[in-house]
Every structure is written in C-alpha cells, then in structure tokens.
Design a protein around this ligand. Structure first.
Ligand code: AMP
Ligand code: MG
Length: 542
C-alpha cells in the first residue's frame, strides 16, 4: 500500500471538536476573568503576538498529525502555533476545572494560560487535541497574565519529548515558539521581578482532562454536569470500557473506569520512580485522567539519589511532592477523584469504590517490583530476598551523593566475580559519586558487601551476563534531561541561539543508546550547577 502524502497545508488538518460539540459552553465569550458555572469550557481568543519565531518543533509529533516537515518550517505554522490566527476547523476554548493545591481545595482554577485549538483526527483515525500554553489570558487566569516565559516553555517542550522516548506516559509537545514579547516574572518571589522573553508551547495529547475537571462539578454539587463529563470521558477517552457486557450499568461502568484510571496512574508513577523524575507539583489539577505526565512546571531529575528531594522551592518546607512521596501522593489524589465521583454511586457502593482505589496499590506494587527487577537485571522480583536487596541499595545510594542514572547504567557493567578485591569490584561505579571524600573505607566495605550479595542473586538466575546487561540498559537510561543541561540550552536560547535545544531534542530521542560522541551529556552535574537557579532550584514562577 502506498503511504498517504503528508499534509502540506495546516488548513487541511481534519478536526472533530467533540469536547465542545458534546459538552455545554459558557454563554459569555470574552476573556474576562470570572467564575464559570454550568459549563465545561469558554470560547476565548488567543492574544496575538508581535514577532513570533520558532525555537524548535518535534518531528515525531508532527508525524502524529500527518504534517510534512515543510509545514513546520512555514510562516503559517509560526502564526498559528503562536496564537496569531486559527486554521480551518480550529476552535479556541479554555476549560473549567478545580483542584487541590498542596493538599487544600482551591476552587475554580481552569485553563488560565492554556488555550485549546480543537481535536485533530489523523489518518489512522486517532484523536489528538492541540493546546497552546502561554497564548494569553482566559476567564480562568485569575490574577495572572496567561503568559509563559521561554525558560519554562523550553523545559516543557524538551521534557515532554524526552519522557516519551524514555517510555513514560506523557502529553507531547509539537512546538516551542518565541513570541517576540517580554513577560515579567519574579522568579523566586523575592521582590526581584525581571522582563523575560515570552514563549508559547503547543501541547498534544488524546485529551487534556484532569482530575480537577470532575472535582469542580462535585464541589459545586452540579451532579448533572459531573455525570455528563464522566459519560463523555468514558465514551471518548476509554471507548474500550463502553462495550456492552458486565459493565453496562452505569455504576459498574463508573467503577471499572475509576479502576482503570488507578491502573494508569500507578503505571505512570512507577515510570517516574524508574527514571528519577520528580514532577514537583502533583496537585489534583495536574493529574491527567489518562495517566499521562502533564503540566511540566518546576519538575526535576534526580541527580544524586535522594528520596527527600524536590526541585520545587515553593514546596521546600513541607516537601509534599518529594521523589519518595510521589507514589503515596498519587494515591491521595486518586482518593480525591473517588470523592468526586462518589455522589453518582449510591451508598452501598462505597466498598466497591474503595476496592477500585485499591487497584492503585496493587498495580503500583506489582509494577514497582517488576521495574526494580528490570533495573537490577533480574529475571523476576523475588519478594523474599529482593525487597531487602532494594531497601539496602537505596540506603547506600542515599547515604553518599550518588548519581542515580550513572549508578544503574554502570551497574550493568560490573564484573560478576565475588572474589574481586573491593577496589576492582566497585571501579566501574566511580563516575557516579559526587564527593570522593564521602567514600570512606567503611562505606566502600558496605557497598562491596551489597555488590557481592547482588552478584550472588544475579548468578542464581543463571542467565547469560549479556542478557542481564541488555535488560538493564533497556530500562536504565544513559541520557536524561539533566537539570543543568536544560538550563544551558535555555541560556543559549535566551541569546537567540537554539542549537542546544535542538541538540538535546535529538540526543533524547535515543536515551538508552550509548551515543559515544554525546557522552559528555551523560556526565554527572558539574559543581557550578549545584546551587544555580534553574539547575537545582525552581519555583512555580513560569
Ligand atoms: P500550575 O500550578 O502551573 O499547574 O497552575 C495552577 C493554575 O494556575 C492553573 O489554573 C493555571 O492555568 C494557572 N496559571 C498558572 N500560571 C498562570 C499564568 N501565568 N497566567 C494565568 N494562569 C496561570
Ligand atoms: Mg497546572
């Protein structure tokens, strides 16, 4: 069969804007800030910008939309994805949602700086919603400007694509554009506002529905709209659940749907723990109903393994969203979603809802065990021995500054000979340590004792060592979007040099490959980046 020609004009994209066709609109059409009732969205107008310029686009995401590369290099592309005009079939709207922020109910939030452009149906029949982030105020902007700065936009663009190539469920990013206008931000909320270059990212996902979309209607006791949105979501985003059968009564369908959301969320968080990704702001408005990583704000990548680390200075005192807490926060968030859908189930179903929520714990535990077995190159996770093996490893990794990514990658290369002297045994791991003075003799002895235990455990599997290495290298990335690398790319982009943004995009297309000519990007964080803003500390200001 001859592959269809790619689309060479944006006006030829095919839209089926089901969200706005099937759900009620806010009757008011202005961008004025307000509380919006009885509606799932408001029509809005993106704010035109002076001099848009493309920083980078993702060719894989363009392919998902059937777009020819030439389209992404065109002036039309820049005008449309900067928000200056809509192409044929597009409709601009912002959606209404609420959410729990840092554990507290925050009321209406909504797309304060996201503007949806509609839903493309690609030639394989797949639905892709497009959304601009940073294209100006909407009714949901509260006291903020609806804009985004280049640094956070580059971070969102690169990380979305990096996560995808790492195999982590995520929203995607088509493009990042400079607007040619400046945006004032007080980066650390410390009275130092500064003009920064403004930017717009175009995000792409099957849908952008969040837990908070359901919560807002329950909070307002608008059960009619709650039911309408749930029915719509199941029909559109979970069509496999809608087939007639045991789930055809609405209560069992809702329970099956909620259990599926629990499963997907668990799967996503297992991946986060695997690659050392810390989301930073796991508020319920930042949780995708599809189990996708969404809303890349003050996220970060673990450098030295630390269960207590969070990149988000706004959360520095409580550390609610620290690395080691992500699995239990996801459960808490699912508990809030369960509260939101409970009014549609009757009292006798409370136990069933709890059982569905338990799906999260079960899926997470199973997924986590399988993931750890893969990371360590074991055939399967054997709880009797492997729980302790992991706990002891985490204790060792945490007690001296150890680069997580380098450690696991290098662990694949160790010599499986328990008779080696300590120095030889641990030599392949040397590149992972940040502070050589921390490697006391006592520490080395402990580490080597663990390594010998690990070797015996691996030998008990009796698989060829080559198999172990391959298994490990398929789940332990060589390259991640190290915080300081993103910052270096941003520093350059702020000087209108987009080379490094595009170089990182290319590098992170193949995170598990050795790419020897790019090995410098696999090195541990340089010392200058230890305390630099943007490298180790980020805030919600973006
Ligand atoms: P976040 O913590 O970034 O997920 O944002 C929480 C809420 O604040 C969401 O409703 C966002 O749309 C909104 N928000 C964040 N930044 C801005 C901004 N610059 N302008 C308008 N709304 C914003
Ligand atoms: Mg958000």
């Amino acid at each position: 069969m001859i592959a269809p020609q790619p689309i060479t004009r944006l006006d030829d994209l095919v839209f089926d804007n089901r969200f706005i066709q099937e759900l009620p609109a806010d009757p008011e059409n202005t961008n004025k800030r307000r509380q919006v009732y009885d509606a799932c969205y408001s029509y809005v107008a993106p704010t035109p910008v002076a001099q848009p310029q493309c920083v980078a686009y993702s060719r894989e995401v363009a392919e998902l939309l059937d777009l020819a590369p030439s389209v992404c290099e065109s002036d039309d592309f820049i005008e449309i994805f900067a928000g200056n005009r809509l192409s044929s079939g597009m409709a601009a709207y912002a959606t209404c949602y609420g959410g729990h922020q840092f554990g507290n109910w925050a009321g209406q939030l909504g797309d304060g700086r996201a503007i949806n452009l509609g839903e493309v149906i690609n030639r394989r029949g797949k639905r892709w919603a497009l959304q601009l982030k940073g294209a100006g105020p909407t009714p949901y902007s509260r006291n903020a400007d609806g804009l985004a700065v280049l640094r956070s936009s580059v971070r969102e663009f690169l990380c979305s694509e990096a996560m995808y190539h790492l195999g982590v469920p995520t929203t995607r990013a088509l493009s990042v554009l400079l607007t040619g206008e400046s945006v004032v931000r007080d980066m650390f909320y410390d009275g130092n506002p500064k003009a920064e270059p403004g930017a717009v990212v175009c995000r792409v996902a099957p849908s952008f529905t969040r837990f908070g979309h359901f919560q807002i209607f329950t909070a307002r006791q608008d059960l009619k709209l709650l039911k309408q949105l749930i029915d719509y979501t199941i029909r559109t985003d979970f069509p496999e659940l809608s087939v007639p059968g045991p789930n055809d009564s609405s209560v069992s369908l809702y329970l099956a749907w909620f259990a599926e959301v629990c499963r997907r969320t668990a799967d996503m968080v297992v991946h986060w723990q695997r690659v050392g990704f810390v989301h930073g702001v796991m508020n319920t408005d930042n949780m995708s109903i599809l189990g996708l990583t969404i809303d890349y704000g003050p996220y970060g990548w673990l450098e030295d393994f630390d269960l207590n680390w969070t990149p988000n200075t706004t959360d520095a005192s409580e550390r609610r969203y620290r690395y080691g807490n992500q699995p239990s926060i996801a459960l808490w968030n699912l508990g809030q979603l369960a509260n939101a859908i409970y009014p549609l189930l009757e009292e006798p179903n409370l136990a069933a809802l709890q059982a569905a929520l338990n799906t999260y714990k079960e899926t997470f535990e199973q997924g986590w065990q399988a993931m750890m077995a893969d990371k360590l190159g074991l055939q399967a996770f054997k709880p009797a021995t492997d729980h302790d093996l992991c706990t002891d490893l985490f204790m060792l990794l945490q007690s001296v500054e150890t680069d997580m990514t380098i450690f696991y990658r290098q662990l694949a290369t160790i010599n499986l000979d328990t008779g080696l002297a300590d120095a030889q045994l641990m030599a392949p791991l040397a590149a992972a340590y940040y502070v050589p003075e921390q490697l006391t003799v006592a520490y080395q002895t402990q580490l080597c004792a663990w390594l010998r235990r690990y070797i015996l455990r691996v030998l008990a599997d009796a698989v060829p060592d080559e198999t172990r290495r391959k298994r490990m290298n398929a789940v332990n990335p060589k390259y991640v979007l190290r915080n300081y690398l993103a910052q270096l790319a941003i520093d350059q982009a702020e000087q209108h040099d987009f080379t490094m943004v595009n170089e990182l995009l290319e590098l992170l297309r193949h995170p598990y490959d050795e790419q020897p000519d790019k090995a410098a990007f696999a090195a541990k964080r340089p010392d200058w980046a230890r305390q630099r803003a943007g490298c180790s500390m980020l805030s919600c200001s973006s």
